[in-house]
Design a protein around this ligand. Structure first.
Ligand code: ATP
Ligand code: MN
Ligand code: MN
Length: 301
């Protein structure tokens, strides 16, 4: 039933528009994936991924030479970028006006592979309603000594607690060591109110299992614990987009999964550029309905 909801956002003409120079250039070593592999991956998952990124402020990780040490985070417009990418001006946390980016259509999205784009990160808001977030993320960052199985159990626990607060949590792998619990919210609160609200929620979550969680940033606090990073919900901060690849060996993807399927994942790195398109084609996007489940973010004290 989920797969039936797939909308065709990428047309054959869009696919035909893709240009990839140096298609055989390998990333991250001699046996790594190629620039063409990345273009093909995004063409295959685009119908599922685009609903989660269109119209949202986006930052990109570009790896134009293919060497890991040359990858960089691109928040601002760049020379030669696809013409259908949008740019818009807004203030940063220092009060300076800067130009930011958003992907507005399939053509602009598909063209980014040519610029060495590997990762997509978004704000939890749309460009048109910039000041009021509609997606909140609790980024679970395991410290040293925490196993993947423990992170999964912690995410399930947090999902249950968020449900008890009247929210409807969704979950994805980060593509790294952690898990992102994402909550659709009604865009009523400004960033100034939403970020502290997520701080209070994170504190409440941590208090339910203080041996497992911490909400303080320092690395020492995290040994054998999981940091509930709620700072992704500060204005101008980003989190990896659903289905974004991550710029490391074998290109793991930040993969949305159902809560039931989360518990079946043994090695999140197996969800990657080569395996995910096939899995998605069969099962569809488990987050396809996410916007229908937006609830008011509670203001705990
Ligand atoms: P992991 O599971 O390994 O934690 P993650 O994607 O959650 O994976 P974090 O290190 O927890 O990674 O989060 C880093 C966050 O900071 C990302 O959400 C990303 O959007 C943002 N980010 C990454 N690189 C930069 C950068 N160079 N400048 C600013 N923000 C960045
Ligand atoms: Mn993280
Ligand atoms: Mn983090």
């Amino acid at each position: 039933p989920v797969a039936a909801r797939r909308e065709r956002l990428i047309s054959d003409a869009d696919l035909a528009s893709i240009t990839v120079t140096n298609p055989t250039r390998r990333l991250f070593g001699r046996s790594g994936p190629t620039k063409l592999d990345i273009a093909v991956y995004y063409a295959l998952v685009g119908d599922f991924m685009l609903p989660h990124i269109l119209g949202r402020p986006v930052s990109l990780v570009r790896c134009p030479t293919g060497k890991a040490q040359d990858c960089f985070f691109q928040r601002h417009p760049f020379t030669g970028m696809p013409s259908s990418m949008a740019t818009f001006a807004t203030t940063n946390s220092e009060g300076e006006t800067k130009s930011y980016l958003s992907v507005e259509d399939a053509r602009g999205f598909l063209a980014l592979a040519q610029f060495g784009v590997v990762e997509f990160h978004t704000w939890g808001t749309t460009r048109k309603r910039l000041e009021k977030p509609d997606r909140i993320v609790f980024d679970l960052d395991p410290g040293e000594g925490v196993t993947w199985r423990e992170v999964v159990e912690a995410a399930v626990h947090i999902g249950g607690e968020l449900g008890a607060l009247g929210l409807v949590p969704f979950v994805k792998t980060s593509g790294g060591k952690g898990i992102h619990v994402v909550v659709p919210v009604t865009p009523k609160l400004s960033w100034r109110k939403a970020h502290p609200a997520t701080s209070a929620i994170a504190a409440r979550l941590a208090a339910t299992a203080p041996q497992t969680f911490t909400t303080t940033m320092g690395k020492d606090n995290r040994i054998r614990r999981i940091f509930i990073d709620f700072h992704r919900n500060a204005r101008g901060h980003t989190a990896a987009a659903p289905y974004s690849l991550r710029a490391r060996t074998n290109l793991p993807a930040s993969t949305p999964v159902s809560w039931a399927d989360l518990e079946a994942i043994d090695a999140p790195e197996d969800l990657n550029y080569s395996s995910l398109p096939g899995l998605l084609a069969t099962s569809g996007d488990p987050w396809a309905d996410i916007d229908d489940f937006a609830r008011d973010l509670p203001l705990l004290s």
